[in-house]
Every structure is written in C-alpha cells, then in structure tokens.
Design a protein around this ligand. Structure first.
Ligand code: CU
Length: 158
C-alpha cells in the first residue's frame, strides 16, 4: 500500500492555495475542485408482480465538477437492495454505478435499475417507498419513491 503522507500533503497544499486565491479567474483546476452536486428526479417503482422482488428507477443528476458513484442503497421495505446493470437481455449486480461530472446516471426500465429483494412488505400502487442512496463522495440522499402501476412507463424523452 502507498503511504498516506503523500496524498495528505497534496490535499493540504491545495486547500491553502484555494484559501488564498482571491481572483475568480478560471484556472485549470476549476472543474476538479468543485464537488459533486447530486439531485434525484423521476423516481418510481412499478407495483411488483411478485411478493419477493421489486424494481426501482430514477435519474441522478450531477451538476458538480466531480464524478460520484452510487455504491449502495437501503430501504425499510426490503432486506436487500442492490444496484443492477443491464447488458443486452441479462442483468447483474454491480458494486456501484458512476454519476459523471456534469452528467447523469439514468436508471430506467430495460436498463440499469435498483432491485429490492426479500420484501418485508409488498408495495402497492399509490404508496411511497422510502430509500437511502449512498455515494462515495456525496452525503446520503433520501428518496421518496412513488409506487406506480405495474405497467407504468414514464414519459419518454430521456
Ligand atoms: Cu435486476
């Protein structure tokens, strides 16, 4: 393992430089020094067809200059919530999904998604499911996800 002293010193130096830089000119470090700024939109869960499993979809926007990564999800309604990546017709659990700087992570039907397994309660249309999204950079975001009909499709245009 690399000793920690190097990176720590660099960070401290960067903070000093940022602290005394009174000019607002655009330096080359502008984008890398602005933190990830996340917001969640278009969250929904189709009413699950089985008692044990449900999917969830949402879009995470990042207005900041630093990429972030969704690493884990928890919810009171399910024992396990995992992040799934869809490739072609198959899906697999992944350790995390990137939220690019100045971009967005889109979880949608037919693509990447959240998977709620071992449901403690089967969500019904009209209910709201509360979940917490954990990231490597940003603080945890709590999302109130509305439960829609089993065949619900969001308005296209993404
Ligand atoms: Cu899945």
């Amino acid at each position: 393992m690399r000793p920690l002293a190097g990176p720590v010193l660099i960070t401290a130096a960067a903070l000093v430089l940022a602290g005394c830089g009174s000019s607002a000119s655009s330096s080359s470090s502008t984008s890398s020094s602005s933190a990830a700024k996340l917001s969640v939109k278009s969250a929904y869960m189709p009413q699950p067809v089985t008692d044990s499993m449900a999917a969830g979809f949402l879009v995470i926007e990042n207005d900041g200059g630093t990429a972030d990564e969704l690493t884990s999800v928890t919810s009171d309604i399910a024992q396990d919530v995992t992040v799934h990546e869809t490739t072609g017709q198959s899906m697999r659990e992944v350790a995390g999904l990137k939220v690019p700087a100045g971009g967005e992570l889109v979880l949608r039907s037919g693509g990447d998604h959240l998977m709620f397994e071992n449901l403690r309660h089967k969500p019904k249309e009209g209910e709201t499911v509360s979940l917490r999204l954990n990231f490597t950079e940003s603080k945890t975001i709590t999302v109130e996800m509305p439960v829609k009909s089993a065949t619900y499709q969001p308005a296209s245009g993404q």
